[in-house]
Design a protein around this ligand. Structure first.
Ligand SMILES: [Zn+2]
Length: 281
C-alpha cells in the first residue's frame, strides 16, 4: 500500500534556509556529503520508480546528488568546515577496516571519534534534503535546535541508528513510516528519515525500537569537542543472528519476502530518492 501527495515546487534562488531559517541566497548541498562518495556521475529515480536503469531514470547529477536548500553560512561555515570533516574521517576509518583483507571480529572500536560533529553532519544533510523550509515538521524543528546549538544534546526521544552499508546504491528518505508484520526481523518504528550510502546507513527515528542497531546519539555529549571510542558493529550489514544481508533499501523494502515491509507511508515523493553511481572504493 502506498500513499503519496506529490509536491512539485520550483524553489526560488533566494529563500528560507532549511537549517537556520534565514532568508538568503541558497547554495547547493551534497546529500549525502561528498565524503560518502557522492561526487560522481549519478542517476536517480523517485523512490517508487525503482532503481535507475540505463534507459529509465528521472534525472542525473554529474557530480553527486545535491539540493539547493541551505544558506552559504550553514553550508560552508557549519557543515563544510566543522561537521562534514569529522564524518569524512569516520567514513575513511570504516573503509580502511572493511577493505583490510583480514578476518574481522563482529565489533571493532573506532577510537577518538567525534560523534557530536558526526551527528550534526547527518542531521544537517537530512534537513537539507527537502525542497522547502518545512515549518510544520516537528522532526525538522528538533534537528534545527540540535544542529544550531553546539552545546545541545540530541533531541530527546530521537535515535540515530546506523548499520554497515556495502552497496553502491544511495537511498535518501524523509519522513516515512514503515510497518512490517515479520515475526523474525524487527523494523524501526515511528517517523523515519534515512541516508544510506557506502559505508553506512543512518536511520533517524522518534520511536524506541532500535532493531539491535547502535544509536549514535547515545555517544553524544554537550561538549562539541568531546571524542569517544565508538563500537562499530560490522555484522550490522546482516539481520541479527542471520547469514542474510539486509536489503539495500531496508527498512523500506516493501515485499512479501520474509524481510519485507508490509507498507510505507510518505508525504512527498521529491525527497525520496534511489540512485546508482559508479564508485571505486
Ligand atoms: Zn542557514
Amino acid at each position: 500500500m502506498l500513499s503519496y501527495e506529490k509536491s512539485n515546487k520550483n524553489r526560488s534562488k533566494i529563500d528560507r534556509c532549511n537549517i537556520c531559517g534565514s532568508i538568503s541566497e541558497l547554495s547547493w548541498d551534497h546529500v549525502p556529503p561528498k565524503s560518502c562518495y557522492n561526487s560522481t556521475n549519478t542517476k536517480y529515480n523517485d523512490f517508487f520508480n525503482g532503481l535507475p536503469s540505463l534507459d529509465k531514470y528521472s534525472g542525473q547529477y554529474q557530480n553527486g546528488i545535491r539540493f539547493r536548500s541551505i544558506c552559504k553560512n550553514c553550508n560552508n561555515n557549519l557543515l563544510g568546515s566543522m561537521y562534514d570533516i569529522e564524518l569524512g574521517k569516520f567514513v575513511q576509518k570504516i573503509k580502511t577496516i572493511i577493505t583490510s583483507g583480514t578476518v574481522l571480529p563482529q565489533e571493532v572500536i573506532i577510537k577518538n571519534i567525534n560523534m557530536n560533529k558526526i551527528s550534526r553532519s547527518v542531521c544537517g544533510h537530512l534537513l537539507a534534503a527537502k525542497n522547502y523550509y518545512d515549518e510544520s515538521c516537528v522532526v525538522d524543528k528538533a534537528l534545527r535546535d540540535f544542529f544550531l546549538n553546539m552545546n545541545a544534546l540530541p533531541p530527546i526521544g530521537h535515535h540515530l541508528l546506523c548499520w554497515i552499508y556495502l552497496y553502491s546504491t544511495m537511498v535518501m528518505m524523509r519522513d516515512v513510516v514503515v510497518k512490517s508484520y515479520s515475526a523474525n526481523i524487527k523494523f524501526p518504528e515511528g517517523l523515519l528519515s534515512i541516508i544510506s550510502a557506502f559505508p553506512v546507513s543512518y536511520i533517524l527515528t522518534n520511536e524506541s525500537e532500535k532493531c539491535s542497531l547502535t544509536d549514535i546519539f547515545t555517544y553524544c555529549s554537550n561538549n562539541i569537542d568531546d571524542t569517544v571510542d565508538f563500537p562499530l558493529d560490522l555484522y550490522s550489514c546482516k539481520y541479527p543472528g542471520s547469514p542474510d544481508f539486509r536489503h539495500f533499501i531496508w527498512p523500506c523494502n516493501i515485499s512479501d519476502d520474509a524481510d519485507g515491509a508490509a507498507f510505507m507511508l510518505g508525504n512527498d515523493i521529491n525527497h525520496n530518492i534511489i540512485a546508482t553511481r559508479n564508485i571505486e572504493i
